[in-house]
Design a protein around this ligand. Sequence first.
Ligand SMILES: [Mn+2]
Length: 307
Amino acid sequence: MSQSIHVIGHQQPDTDAITSALAHARLKQRQGVDAVPARAGELNPETEFVLDHWDVAPPSLLADATDEELILVDHNEHSQTVDGAREAAVVEVVDHHRIGDVTTSNPIRFRNEPVGSTATVLTGLFDEAGEEIDSQTAGLMISGLLSDTVVLRSPTTTDRDRVVAERLADIADVDYEEYGRTLLTQKSKLGEKSPREMVLGDFKEFEFGDTLVGIGQVETVSPDVVLDQRDSVIDAMDEVLDERSYDVFVMLVTDLLEEDSSVFVAGDHTETVAEALDTTFEDREAFLPGVMSRKKQVVPKLEEALR
Ligand SMILES: [Mn+2]
């Protein structure tokens, strides 16, 4: 095949998915690989801010990956890949999530590490390749790292993330606390979003055995903007659950300053979800003290309970 390899993150891309596609494509290009960054969906306001800030053009949209060659970053399960990925050849994976169901016909490079962001993993790949990280690339990667770890506050944050953050901030010449606070504000721009857009903004789909599960998350410094319209948000969840035939739909509203979450539920398994998350739903809403991470504090518990 003579076509370019697409480096692409998950659907409903977040900042780490986009900046990792950009940074890893740069690394591959320096190694002589014909790789181009791509995206599987629209940019969120935080990511738009990041690309604007670092003066980087957004990756182009790949609407259908059929017959393409793909490097997956920031995900490795089919329920989250670009459309057509089942008919594509996955030639490499760089990720920091649970191992999903992507299979290949040939051996590939598969790099997965339990750290706070794909950017952290990628920094290691630059080092191993002996490639220098320029300040713009460091700016992209520190953005993914700070966004995913909620400025190193999320329980997903590891010591390595802290070391890498210091180093990338140094190369990019930013104060990461200050820059991180700006990112949080951008992430919280919910004002102009409809309930449906809130529900689908940062959204992931999982297959736990035969159970199809959607888990959305809004991370914000002003959770009341969402909680005040809870009835419309839950209506939007019911609508999406119907359209996509989910068995369970859970949505976290994470308060980035208080470091806790409220959760809404839709579907048939409220009792199971309540038990898994060690909470009680009242009128389809519950409170999860200390919960900030979908990946670490919610997905494993739901998987165990629903599979
Ligand atoms: Mn990530």
